[in-house]
Design a protein around this ligand. Structure first.
Ligand code: THU
Length: 161
Protein backbone atom coordinates (compact mmCIF):
# COMPACT_ATOMS: atom_id res chain seq x y z
CA UNK A 1 0.00 0.00 0.00
CA UNK A 2 1.15 3.53 -0.62
CA UNK A 3 -0.25 7.03 -0.52
CA UNK A 4 -0.11 9.38 -3.47
CA UNK A 5 0.01 13.08 -2.75
CA UNK A 6 -1.41 15.60 -5.21
CA UNK A 7 0.29 18.97 -4.94
CA UNK A 8 -0.83 22.21 -6.59
CA UNK A 9 1.08 25.44 -6.32
CA UNK A 10 -0.52 28.89 -6.26
CA UNK A 11 1.52 32.08 -6.36
CA UNK A 12 -0.21 34.71 -4.27
CA UNK A 13 0.20 38.38 -5.16
CA UNK A 14 -0.74 40.89 -2.47
CA UNK A 15 -2.85 42.83 -4.95
CA UNK A 16 -3.24 43.34 -8.70
CA UNK A 17 -0.66 46.14 -8.75
CA UNK A 18 2.04 43.65 -7.86
CA UNK A 19 1.41 41.87 -11.19
CA UNK A 20 3.22 42.64 -14.47
CA UNK A 21 1.32 45.39 -16.35
CA UNK A 22 0.28 42.98 -19.15
CA UNK A 23 -1.42 40.73 -16.61
CA UNK A 24 -3.15 43.71 -15.00
CA UNK A 25 -4.51 44.61 -18.43
CA UNK A 26 -5.88 41.10 -18.89
CA UNK A 27 -7.60 41.34 -15.50
CA UNK A 28 -9.03 44.74 -16.49
CA UNK A 29 -10.52 43.13 -19.61
CA UNK A 30 -12.02 40.35 -17.48
CA UNK A 31 -13.50 42.99 -15.17
CA UNK A 32 -15.00 44.88 -18.14
CA UNK A 33 -16.48 41.61 -19.41
CA UNK A 34 -17.96 40.87 -15.97
CA UNK A 35 -19.82 44.20 -16.07
CA UNK A 36 -21.62 42.99 -19.20
CA UNK A 37 -22.71 39.60 -17.78
CA UNK A 38 -26.31 38.53 -18.25
CA UNK A 39 -27.07 37.27 -14.75
CA UNK A 40 -30.56 38.42 -13.71
CA UNK A 41 -31.09 35.31 -11.56
CA UNK A 42 -27.93 35.13 -9.47
CA UNK A 43 -26.90 38.78 -9.80
CA UNK A 44 -23.35 37.45 -9.73
CA UNK A 45 -21.27 38.74 -12.62
CA UNK A 46 -18.26 36.75 -13.78
CA UNK A 47 -15.79 37.85 -16.46
CA UNK A 48 -13.06 35.92 -18.23
CA UNK A 49 -10.34 37.23 -20.54
CA UNK A 50 -8.36 34.71 -22.56
CA UNK A 51 -5.03 35.62 -24.15
CA UNK A 52 -4.28 33.49 -27.20
CA UNK A 53 -0.82 32.69 -28.54
CA UNK A 54 -1.46 35.03 -31.48
CA UNK A 55 -1.94 37.99 -29.11
CA UNK A 56 -5.72 38.17 -29.49
CA UNK A 57 -7.77 38.50 -26.31
CA UNK A 58 -11.20 36.88 -26.24
CA UNK A 59 -13.51 37.75 -23.37
CA UNK A 60 -16.66 36.13 -22.03
CA UNK A 61 -19.14 36.50 -19.22
CA UNK A 62 -21.83 34.36 -17.64
CA UNK A 63 -25.06 34.00 -19.57
CA UNK A 64 -28.00 32.86 -17.46
CA UNK A 65 -31.35 31.45 -18.46
CA UNK A 66 -34.77 31.11 -16.81
CA UNK A 67 -34.24 27.36 -17.24
CA UNK A 68 -31.20 27.54 -14.97
CA UNK A 69 -29.03 24.68 -16.36
CA UNK A 70 -29.25 26.21 -19.84
CA UNK A 71 -27.01 29.09 -18.80
CA UNK A 72 -23.24 29.10 -19.23
CA UNK A 73 -20.29 30.28 -17.14
CA UNK A 74 -18.02 33.12 -18.23
CA UNK A 75 -15.00 30.86 -18.70
CA UNK A 76 -16.72 28.48 -21.09
CA UNK A 77 -18.36 31.34 -22.97
CA UNK A 78 -14.86 32.71 -23.61
CA UNK A 79 -13.02 29.49 -24.44
CA UNK A 80 -15.73 28.06 -26.70
CA UNK A 81 -15.88 31.32 -28.63
CA UNK A 82 -12.07 31.38 -28.88
CA UNK A 83 -11.93 27.80 -30.08
CA UNK A 84 -14.71 28.41 -32.61
CA UNK A 85 -12.95 31.48 -34.03
CA UNK A 86 -9.31 30.39 -33.76
CA UNK A 87 -9.40 26.59 -33.76
CA UNK A 88 -5.65 26.22 -34.23
CA UNK A 89 -4.41 28.89 -31.82
CA UNK A 90 -3.33 27.71 -28.34
CA UNK A 91 -4.59 29.41 -25.19
CA UNK A 92 -1.87 31.18 -23.24
CA UNK A 93 -3.43 32.84 -20.18
CA UNK A 94 -6.87 33.17 -18.65
CA UNK A 95 -7.88 35.92 -16.23
CA UNK A 96 -11.05 35.40 -14.21
CA UNK A 97 -12.77 37.86 -11.95
CA UNK A 98 -16.27 38.61 -10.69
CA UNK A 99 -18.52 41.33 -9.34
CA UNK A 100 -20.94 40.76 -6.49
CA UNK A 101 -23.25 43.77 -6.47
CA UNK A 102 -24.26 43.00 -2.86
CA UNK A 103 -20.79 42.96 -1.34
CA UNK A 104 -17.33 43.75 -2.70
CA UNK A 105 -15.41 40.56 -3.50
CA UNK A 106 -12.19 40.69 -1.51
CA UNK A 107 -10.84 37.27 -2.43
CA UNK A 108 -10.10 35.58 -5.75
CA UNK A 109 -12.94 33.81 -7.54
CA UNK A 110 -12.28 30.25 -8.65
CA UNK A 111 -13.72 28.45 -11.69
CA UNK A 112 -16.34 25.74 -11.25
CA UNK A 113 -15.55 22.08 -11.90
CA UNK A 114 -17.18 21.99 -15.33
CA UNK A 115 -15.10 24.96 -16.49
CA UNK A 116 -11.93 23.35 -15.16
CA UNK A 117 -12.70 20.20 -17.14
CA UNK A 118 -13.50 22.20 -20.29
CA UNK A 119 -10.29 24.23 -19.95
CA UNK A 120 -8.20 21.12 -19.46
CA UNK A 121 -9.36 19.83 -22.84
CA UNK A 122 -7.60 22.73 -24.60
CA UNK A 123 -4.49 22.47 -22.48
CA UNK A 124 -4.22 18.88 -23.68
CA UNK A 125 -5.28 19.63 -27.24
CA UNK A 126 -2.46 22.14 -27.68
CA UNK A 127 -0.04 20.49 -25.26
CA UNK A 128 0.52 23.87 -23.68
CA UNK A 129 -0.16 24.97 -20.11
CA UNK A 130 -2.78 27.67 -19.69
CA UNK A 131 -1.75 30.08 -16.95
CA UNK A 132 -4.64 31.20 -14.76
CA UNK A 133 -5.08 34.52 -12.93
CA UNK A 134 -7.82 34.59 -10.30
CA UNK A 135 -8.95 37.83 -8.71
CA UNK A 136 -11.78 39.40 -6.75
CA UNK A 137 -12.65 43.05 -7.05
CA UNK A 138 -9.79 43.88 -4.71
CA UNK A 139 -7.20 42.08 -2.61
CA UNK A 140 -5.00 39.12 -3.40
CA UNK A 141 -4.54 37.66 -6.87
CA UNK A 142 -3.79 33.97 -7.31
CA UNK A 143 -1.69 32.77 -10.24
CA UNK A 144 -1.51 29.12 -11.29
CA UNK A 145 0.84 27.81 -13.95
CA UNK A 146 -1.60 25.29 -15.36
CA UNK A 147 -5.26 24.24 -15.36
CA UNK A 148 -4.11 20.85 -14.13
CA UNK A 149 -3.20 22.57 -10.83
CA UNK A 150 -6.92 23.24 -10.45
CA UNK A 151 -7.97 19.76 -11.50
CA UNK A 152 -5.44 17.12 -10.55
CA UNK A 153 -6.00 13.45 -11.42
CA UNK A 154 -8.60 14.44 -13.99
CA UNK A 155 -10.49 12.47 -16.59
CA UNK A 156 -9.15 12.97 -20.09
CA UNK A 157 -9.23 11.49 -23.56
CA UNK A 158 -6.35 9.16 -22.69
CA UNK A 159 -8.94 6.90 -21.00
CA UNK A 160 -11.12 6.73 -24.08
CA UNK A 161 -10.90 3.77 -26.47
N1 THU B 1 -20.25 31.27 -12.77
C1 THU B 1 -19.32 31.50 -13.73
O1 THU B 1 -19.56 32.24 -14.69
N2 THU B 1 -18.12 30.88 -13.61
C2 THU B 1 -17.78 30.04 -12.61
O2 THU B 1 -16.73 29.41 -12.67
C3 THU B 1 -18.67 29.87 -11.47
C4 THU B 1 -20.03 30.41 -11.62
C5 THU B 1 -21.57 31.89 -12.91
C6 THU B 1 -22.67 30.92 -13.22
C7 THU B 1 -23.88 31.66 -12.73
O3 THU B 1 -24.33 32.51 -13.77
C8 THU B 1 -23.35 32.51 -11.59
O4 THU B 1 -21.94 32.54 -11.73
C9 THU B 1 -23.71 32.01 -10.22
O5 THU B 1 -23.35 30.68 -10.06
Amino acid sequence: MKTLELISKITVYEDRYELPVEWQKLLDLAHEAAKKAYSPYSNFKVGAALLLNNGEVVTGNNQENAAFPSGLCAERTAIFYASSQYPEVPFNKLAITAINPMEKLTKPVSPCGSCRQALLEYEQKFNQHIEVLLAGEEGEVYVLKSISDLLPFSFSNEYLP
